[in-house]
Ligand binder design. Structure first.
Ligand SMILES: [Fe+2]
Length: 398
């Protein structure tokens, strides 16, 4: 009975994502494109903006050129630098208060996925005042948000191009997924120059997040021609450039390619949603504080293996896509070769294989919430049982 409910939800999610009106952003690409984006702010006539970021980035000097470009173009600014990983309602409310009290006309978000998600919801809350919890779910808000300019500083979440934001309820610690076409920023800069100083561990984790978005999007039952095109682009770029970016952060060709991979991965799952990898990873983040990309990397190959026959054909296509296929191999063998390629990449980047602090007593909670999340939001290739999810989670115990 529950599977029938999940299937009906999956059909509803598929059509909601297909039919949701979206604004098409203008995209600036290449080294120092973030500065061109700041000049655009002035061209559009905005006189004062709120910069939303996190304290580490703000004090690191990474924003100095952005700020001086705004000053050179006579754009005044206020700063909210209180965004933390897995942003909570109170951070969005504090940023919105500053946006309102400082009379800022637009927002420039500079940071990783947490900053971008917080800025997206700040923009929406400003023009749709009310209880943040009421935004939960996939539905359009009444009013367009405050104009948002997005400058990602990591390459993985793809948040700059998605209609999604995840904000955490500080009391229940539950993550509230929000889907609304009006959340998509109006202007985006993919500036590899800002990603040069990203540490290898974060390059690895965020890159695996981009890969997970693309693979889960392609395997989704909601996958279609346009989403596949973006998923394939992301997967090809990740396999070609992630290790290069990991090995040498100053490799701007690889950084630029990974910024694009993140964007394409986001564009892919924006149309299809994700799958059990994210369903489980979100629980590891909630219970153990595991960074999102790390949590995805811990279970991506294992979930692909657990799906079994129903994904062999698609995974075989991915083996061909990344050029590792061997002639005269069956689809099942090619699928296994793709899964092995993911395991190899995870190993080469020395990504952690287990979350810190996961206990046996957590397993029923992880199983329950992962099944509920996937069942209500993700058109997964096939539904898994409680036992299957528990079998995927148990090896992660310390
Ligand atoms: Fe993700």
């Amino acid at each position: 009975m529950k599977i029938l409910y999940y299937k009906m939800r999956a059909v509803a999610v598929t059509w909601l994502l297909r039919l949701m009106p979206r604004q098409a952003p203008m995209i600036f690409k290449g080294a120092n494109s973030s500065l061109a984006l700041c000049e655009q702010v002035a061209v559009l006539g905005y006189q004062k903006v709120l910069i939303v970021t996190d304290n580490f980035l703000y004090t690191s000097g990474l924003l100095d050129k952005i700020i001086s470009t705004l000053e050179e173009n006579n754009v005044r600014f206020a700063v909210y630098d209180g965004v933390l990983p897995d942003p909570t309602f109170d951070q969005v409310q504090a940023a919105e208060k500053k946006l309102r009290e400082e009379n800022c006309e637009a927002i420039i978000a500079v940071g990783g996925g947490s900053v971008l998600d917080a800025a997206k919801m700040t923009a929406m809350l400003r023009t749709n005042p009310g209880d943040l919890a009421s935004f939960t779910g996939i539905r359009p808000s009444k009013n367009a948000g405050t104009p948002l300019f997005a400058i990602p500083t990591t390459a993985g979440t793809g948040s700059e191009i998605t209609l999604a934001a995840v904000i955490t309820d500080p009391i229940s610690h539950m993550k509230m997924p929000i889907g609304d076409g009006k959340l998509i920023p109006r202007y985006i800069a993919l500036d590899a120059e800002l990603m040069r100083t990203m540490p290898p561990s974060i390059t690895a984790a965020t890159g695996m997040d981009a890969l997970t978005h693309a693979v889960e999007s392609y395997l989704s039952k909601a996958s279609h021609k346009a989403s596949e095109e973006h998923a394939f682009a992301a997967i090809k770029l990740v396999f070609k450039y992630l290790l290069r970016a990991f090995d040498n952060g100053d490799d701007l060709v690889a950084r630029d390619a990974m910024a694009q991979a993140s964007f394409y991965g986001g564009a892919a799952f924006d149309k299809t949603s994700v799958g059990y990898v994210h369903g489980i990873a979100h629980q590891l983040g909630r219970l153990c504080g595991t960074p999102h990309g790390n949590a995805n990397a811990m279970v991506l190959p294992e979930v692909l293996l657990a799906y079994g026959d129903c994904v062999h054909s698609k995974l075989a296509n991915l083996a061909k896509l990344i050029g590792i296929e061997q002639t005269n191999h069956t689809e099942a063998e090619l699928a296994q070769q793709f899964i092995q390629a993911v395991i190899d990449m995870r190993k080469q980047m020395d990504l952690p294989l287990k979350p810190q602090g996961l206990k046996e007593s957590h397993i029923p909670d992880v199983v329950k919430e992962a099944l509920a999340e996937a069942g209500s939001l993700y058109p997964v290739p096939r539904y898994m049982s409680k036992k299957e999810i528990a079998d995927l989670v148990r090896p992660l115990l310390a």
